[in-house]
Design a protein. Structure first.
Length: 473
């Protein structure tokens, strides 16, 4: 179905087809780098003698790098050109991937993962904006379905290739192998992506607002994560919340804000869809992290086999996304997204019953529900959000939905890091600490289930009038 759609697009407009292929190609790489490292965490931990908390920070640093820079870069791209930021991100992520392959210590690895996440933010903040700028509304759902499918293919290929590399080569080959792929994607983007898009050209960039936003988010996350180790860490968290309130007040009073609060508050579809996105990813993102360690350390299977088990979820997501995109072009995308969200929450709820002796069919069942749920949720939800906003704010909207998705991931990893700190402290995750790890995982799944139910409730409250997009330029 995806190939038929691309042939149809190529016959009508070569530039539209080129844009879809370019965006799909680079969107494959960002989740690939996360999912591949997830399976390699036990091997990385052994080489660096890393604690459970440090392993959590490896993943959280990447997500934090994306979260901090998404909104500022999306707004900057609206003003100075989305293609320019998009290409710069492709170049920089290639360089940081090369540096990660040579990292000498776990601390340098964590820092480089943060930088890699910041580079990925350049790609993520502009991709949907570029796509929405080019593709007409009647084809937008199917185009997004194809792009989301590539994201999930990257997620599914990551664990499989990572497991093979860890078992037969070395975990560093994850990064060695990614560099030529990223270079190819960069050349493809340079030669095939034509034109430039800057819907807010000439407006002022909100430098102070960007600094306040990034500082507040960093303070909140680090204050919560480090509270177990430093008594003064709570001050970072409270300081972050205070800065966030000041940031929102400041944004409501300036002419060219980083976040147009009035637009967001008055746009019911946009606001509720983004909050639902945040809650859904907060609830379900940590599954891959827990399952990667659970399968290898608790169930005792090899990295290769763990990758083959974990591939179930993203493969189903990749298969379902184009169909969900086609449905979103015909029916209410918010309703379809809510159904997907419900399946995700059901899968998380079932995962609360997993133990060291659970049969593998229970694990498969959880992954199947999550795969179907995410595959049905993501594309219609993105379509509903982008169709509810005016053209001049595409970069903001693209980066905002990505920020909600990424801060959801960050929230999930923060919950995980806090729980691992509480149950294991500085102990490594081994068979000897399996009971403590299981307790942390079960507690997390209960909390994630509650977040999933809240996401369903918010999603049900969205207005069905999604096609009434403002006609702004």
């Amino acid at each position: 179905m995806a190939l038929d759609f691309m042939k149809e697009i190529e016959k009508k407009d070569q530039s539209q087809a080129a844009a879809i292929w370019v965006v799909a190609a680079v969107q494959f790489l960002t989740p690939f780098m996360f999912s591949a490292v997830g399976v390699a965490l036990p091997a990385i931990g052994r080489e660096f003698s890393a604690s459970a908390v440090q392993l959590g920070l490896i993943e959280m640093a990447y997500v934090m790098g994306i979260a901090l820079f998404l909104l500022p870069l999306g707004r900057f791209a609206d003003i100075h050109g989305r293609k320019r930021i998009f290409l710069t991100g492709n170049l920089m992520i290639t360089l940081t991937t090369l540096a990660l392959s040579l990292a000498p210590t776990v601390n340098s690895f964590i820092i480089l993962r943060f930088l890699q996440g910041a580079c990925a933010a350049m790609i993520t903040s502009t991709s949907l904006a570029i796509l929405t700028s080019i593709i007409p509304r009647e084809r937008l759902g199917r185009a997004m379905g194809l792009v989301v499918s590539c994201i999930y293919i990257g997620t599914s290929v990551g664990p499989t290739l990572s497991g093979l590399m860890v078992e037969y080569l070395n975990w560093r080959w994850i990064f060695y192998g990614a560099v030529p792929i990223e270079l190819t994607a960069l050349v493809f983007a340079l030669t095939r992506l034509q034109g430039e898009w800057a819907g807010s050209r000439g407006q002022n960039f909100d430098w102070l607002g960007s600094i306040l936003y990034m500082s507040s988010l960093f303070g909140i996350i680090m204050g919560i994560v480090e509270n177990h180790y430093f008594s003064a860490a709570s001050r970072f968290a409270w300081g972050g919340f205070a800065l966030l309130l000041f940031f929102l007040l400041y944004e409501s009073r300036i002419a060219s804000p980083l976040i147009p609060l009035k637009t967001i508050i008055t746009n019911r579809m946009f606001a509720l869809s983004n909050i639902a996105t945040w809650l859904n990813y907060s609830a379900s993102y940590g599954i891959v992290f827990f399952f990667s360690l659970y399968l290898q350390v608790i169930k005792g299977i090899t990295p290769k086999h763990a990758g083959l088990v974990l591939i179930i979820q993203p493969v189903l997501q990749a298969v379902c996304s184009p169909f969900a995109g086609k449905m979103a072009d015909r029916y209410q995308p918010a309703t379809i997204a809510t159904a997907g969200m419900s399946l995700c929450t059901l899968g998380i709820l079932f995962s609360t019953f997993l133990t060291a002796t659970s049969p593998f069919f229970m694990i498969y069942g959880v992954l199947i529900l999550l795969g179907l749920g995410f595959g049905i949720f993501a594309t219609p939800n993105n379509t509903a959000i982008m169709a509810s906003i005016s053209q001049r704010d595409y970069g903001m909207a693209s980066s905002f939905v990505a920020t909600m998705r990424t801060t959801g991931m960050l929230t999930s990893m923060t919950i995980i890091t806090v729980l691992l700190s509480h149950f294991l402290g500085n102990k490594p995750i081994t068979a000897e600490t399996g009971d403590e790890f299981e307790a942390a995982m079960k507690t997390a799944m209960v909390l994630f289930s509650i977040l999933g139910v809240l996401a369903i409730g918010l999603s049900l409250g969205r207005t069905p009038q999604w096609k009434k997009r403002p006609a702004g330029k």
